[in-house]
Every structure is written in C-alpha cells, then in structure tokens.
Design a protein around this ligand. Structure first.
Ligand code: XBP
Ligand code: MG
Length: 256
C-alpha cells in the first residue's frame, strides 16, 4: 500500500503554538476578565495533559484548587460551563491577535514537507483539537491561506468535540477521505495525539518539542526531534530508521 494521505496535527506539530500562543492567550483572557490566575510555562506543561482549552481550564480548577482559589466557588454546572465558554471565547480572541502579529513560525521542515507532499499528489488533511479559527490564523500568518486550500479535510474541535486521546478526530478524517487507516500517516507531537491516532489504527510519526520530549512514545512508528531539512539534520529518537536525515515523501512511504 502506498501512502495516500498525511494527517497533520496543528499545535506543537506545525508550530510551537502552545508555549508561544495558547499559554499567553489564556493569561491575557484571565487578565481581561480580572481573574487572578497566571499560568507559568511549567504549570502549563502539566495542564497540557488535558487537550482542549475549556477542558484544560476545568482540569485546572479541579486539580489545582490552591491556585484556582475562590473564582468559581459556588457556581453550579450550568454557570461553570458558561463561565468557561466565555473565558475560552476571550482566549480565542487573544490567540488570534497574537497570531496576527506573525511571531510564531512553522517548525523546521514543515513548509518543505507540505510542498513535497502536495507535489507528489499525497492528500493533505488536518486533525486537531483546537478551534477552527485558530487553524486558519496559523496558515494565514505563516505559509498562506492558499496552502490551507490544499488540505482536503480540516478537522478541529467543531468537527470532533470529543477530543484526543479519543480517536474521533482521526476517524472523522478517515471517513471524509474514504481511505483505510493503513493508507495514511499521522504527524503528531504528544502522547495524547499519538494515542488518538493509534486508537484509529493510523501509523504515527512524532516530532517532539520542549513540552513533549519526555513523554512516552513507545507506540510511535518513528520519533524525531523535528522534520529536518537537507541542510539541517533531524535527530532520530526511536531506535529504528537511524539513517534518516530529514523527513520526506520517500521516508514517510517506508513507514506504511
Ligand atoms: C491541542 C490542544 C488545544 C490547544 C488549545 O492539542 O490541546 O487544546 O492547546 O486549543 P493537539 P483550544 O495538538 O493534540 O490537537 O483552546 O482552541 O481548545
Ligand atoms: Mg499537538
């Protein structure tokens, strides 16, 4: 079976949006709402165990009561859900403003690989847990919106409300593509993403980043520190395929 489609995760895989985008956007939203929460880079690393912005804030309230304080005390479930929804909408507005500044570049090799896959006729798709407007903003302010048009399926929180590590978003993409899992490769950066892809039986390549480099990627088909470029070699972190210098279409085909 030849490689027919590549399914890209967004946050942490295409760009380091967690540390440089989502985290400051959460903190700005808290500030705008006069909520005395301030997440550090280290705390955010712990909160990343949970995917989805609203789910992450709820996890913070439940698991870090000393830091969360009395802000949501006495709220019933309906009030808490509404509070999280509004705070998350504000966070998304701040995130979009940050992206518009264009400070967040794509990770090494991402632009090259997308171009190579497109030229080779491999179908391009996205499977993420983030909000759809965030995906558009990332493309608009990096590689361009015309490139997003090459992506046949763009699946985010709106298409798959049950988030990674559940397989829903990957299963949605496979269904839209009408392809078997065995014809596709997922590109991910985290164990939650890996579990999601593997729960949908999809071979998975991991590019680690500072937040995920110590996670367990035993289930992955290949782990590298980034996609690499012909003149900027990637490091293979799993014990197979040690010869690889950068990830291109032929290396992806070997994983299938
Ligand atoms: C991404 C996420 C998202 C973003 C925030 O995970 O966990 O929650 O941090 O996005 P993955 P929203 O890369 O595995 O898809 O605030 O829009 O939910
Ligand atoms: Mg990710």
């Amino acid at each position: 079976m030849n490689l027919k489609a590549v399914i890209f995760d967004v946050d942490g895989t295409l760009a380091n949006t967690e540390r440089d985008g989502h985290l400051p956007a959460f903190n700005q939203a808290f500030q705008s709402a006069n909520i005395p929460w301030q997440w550090s880079e280290q705390l955010y690393g712990e909160l990343l165990k949970v995917t989805g912005g609203k789910e992450r804030m709820r996890f913070f309230i439940e698991q870090y009561p000393d830091l969360a304080g009395t802000v949501t005390q006495g709220m019933n479930e309906a009030r808490l859900s509404q509070f999280l929804l509004e705070l998350h909408q504000s966070k998304t507005r701040h995130y979009l403003e940050l992206m518009a500044k264009g400070f967040i570049p794509l990770r090494t090799g991402v632009k090259r690989l997308i171009n190579e896959l497109h030229d080779a006729g491999v179908r391009l798709t996205i499977a993420t847990t983030t909000t759809n407007s965030n995906i558009t903003a990332l493309f608009k302010h990096t590689i361009g919106l015309d490139v997003l048009d090459w992506f046949e399926v763009v699946a985010g929180a709106e298409q798959a409300p049950i988030k990674k590590p559940a397989p829903d978003v990957y299963e949605y993409v496979l269904k839209q593509l009408q392809l078997p899992a065995s014809a596709c490769i997922a590109l991910e950066d985290s164990t939650n993403g890996l579990k999601s892809a593997k729960n949908a039986n999809i071979k998975t390549l991991i590019t680690t980043n500072a937040y995920t480099e110590n996670e367990n990627f035993e289930q992955a088909d290949l782990v590298v520190n980034h996609l690499g470029e012909p003149d900027k070699l990637c490091q293979v972190l799993s014990n197979k395929f040690n010869h690889i210098t950068h990830i291109d279409v032929s290396e992806l085909n070997k994983l299938i």
